[in-house]
Design a protein around this ligand. Structure first.
Ligand SMILES: [Fe+2]
Length: 162
């Protein structure tokens, strides 16, 4: 039996709003970049567990606001005349918000467990640090892909096709 895939609603971006959200998120990008640099340049032994938990919690809260803003104003459903490729990419990137948020919440939970554990093992601390570094790299890719989508959307708006 064959099936036919039908896209019932087209998700797209509001390029101007998404660009504005990105241009205004310097607090988040400064915090996340500085944290990555600090965790990369120091050995796990020297990193304070309380500070690690606090900074991960702060990043989680910033990301909650950032994703909520992008979902509310940067993307919209049921658009007409959206290139299929652009809409598919918008679907993928918007869905990543929930995945990233779930992931940073898990990192915070692990950091909290570490904070309350008697041993505060280096292995557990390294687990939090490595999870954040991996998160950071993929989040940068996500941000770059959204900027590229903004660029493509502006090109479509101005009819620059070949
Ligand atoms: Fe995003």
């Amino acid at each position: 039996m064959s099936t036919i895939a039908i896209k019932t609603g087209s998700l797209t971006i509001n390029a101007a709003f998404l660009k504005e959200i990105k241009d205004d998120n310097s607090d988040l990008s400064n915090l996340i970049d500085a944290t990555f640099d600090a965790l990369t340049s120091q050995s796990a032994e020297k990193i304070n567990v309380r500070a690690l938990f606090d900074i991960m919690s702060q990043i989680r809260d910033y990301l909650a606001m950032h994703f909520a803003l992008e979902d509310e104003f940067g993307y919209f459903d049921d658009a007409v005349d959206v290139p299929f490729q652009l809409s598919c990419q918008a679907d993928i990137l918007k869905a990543q918000h929930e995945q990233f948020y779930t992931e940073i919440c898990l990192i915070v939970e692990t950091a909290e467990s570490l904070l309350h554990s008697r041993s505060q093992s280096i292995a557990m601390k390294s687990k939090v640090i490595d999870a954040f570094k991996s998160f950071y790299v993929r989040f940068q890719d996500h941000e770059e892909a959204e900027r590229e989508l903004v660029f493509q959307s502006f090109q479509c708006d101005f009819g620059e096709t070949d």
